[in-house]
Design a protein around this ligand. Sequence first.
Ligand code: ATP
Ligand code: MG
Length: 368
Amino acid sequence: MNLSKLILQNFRNYEQAELEFDAGVNLIVGNNAQGKTNLLEAIGYLGSGKSFRAQRCIEMVRFGADFADCEGTVFSQERQQTLRWVIFGRGRPRQVYRNGVKKKTAGDISGVLQTVLFCPEDLMVLKAGAAPRRRLGDQALCQLRPNYEAALTEYGRILEQKSRILKDRYENPRLTELLPEYNARLCQVGALLISYRARFYEGLGKAAAVYHERFSGGAEAFALQYRTVSTVTDPFAPLADLQGQLMEHLLSHERAELESAQCLTGPHKDDFDVTLSGLSLRAYGSQGQTRTAAISLKLAQRELMGREAGEIPVLLLDDVLSELDPGRQDFVLNQISEGQVFITCCEPGQFTKLGKNIEIRSGTVLEG
Ligand code: ATP
Ligand code: MG
């Protein structure tokens, strides 16, 4: 799949812009704060209705404007298609169109334009805390499995309600009576999350291992282990078994939860660990190994999505290439020779050999 044209109106710092892209590599060059990341955000949003940086849609509407309009021409599913989003200010729902026909939800356009984002924060994610790592995995899995996303949202909602009960029960002790019901629901939906994650991380780990071994010239064996609640003996087990094991862990932490007024157990604490030739990357990995493994993970994510959809997703590399040494840059560029890629960087001339160059200055496009 590829994006051939993008028309922006009042999107972030773009008042009016029309861009045409190459089906291969597109290099977006410009100084800081000119609108490079905004452009990648628009591309990501076009395909998914989700921004990788905005908390609320209104942030994408240009300051002082009433609405933002983002329209693109995509070649995918063996034909040319158009997607369009109109985002209004407060109070009015956004609109989405596919081939000129108004659709109800983002789900109605799913699969037309899929993107994978890779940004500098991702490079050290394997050394970071569990939360960003979990977020990275969750985002990838949500893109792959819409039903997982629904379950994750549901889980988050129950968890939030339970947290509120744990905090409010000091003032209203009778709330405690509600906890068993919330715990049962948490275990039910939690089991589903674990089941999805076990399968996803297995596939991701296998695909990443191939990239990493190629990358390290066969010197390092990459392995990924999914980590979940300690009472879960096999995350691939039937849901009923997982549910029982989650409940067992919950009950053994019941008092601690009441005392701390926090939800201490469940898959919201899940994580994954990478080892290189048996050694934990988090504990022993060098910076270079950590970056290499992160690149392998991202390329693996793109591969899994491509396998599922039968088309390679568009890759968005935000500032990431200039963070890498020449050897790693070459590796990434060789591995992504297929499919469409957008690369942002600040220095003109750094990657001029590659595909199409587009220069951005204060939300204006100067094509080179
Ligand atoms: P860097 O190289 O530093 O990453 P960049 O080119 O990626 O820079 P962007 O993040 O794309 O920069 O653009 C940032 C600019 O867009 C900022 O100057 C910001 O003020 C502006 N901007 C963000 N949202 C809006 C908006 N809703 N309306 C107008 N301008 C906005
Ligand atoms: Mg940027």
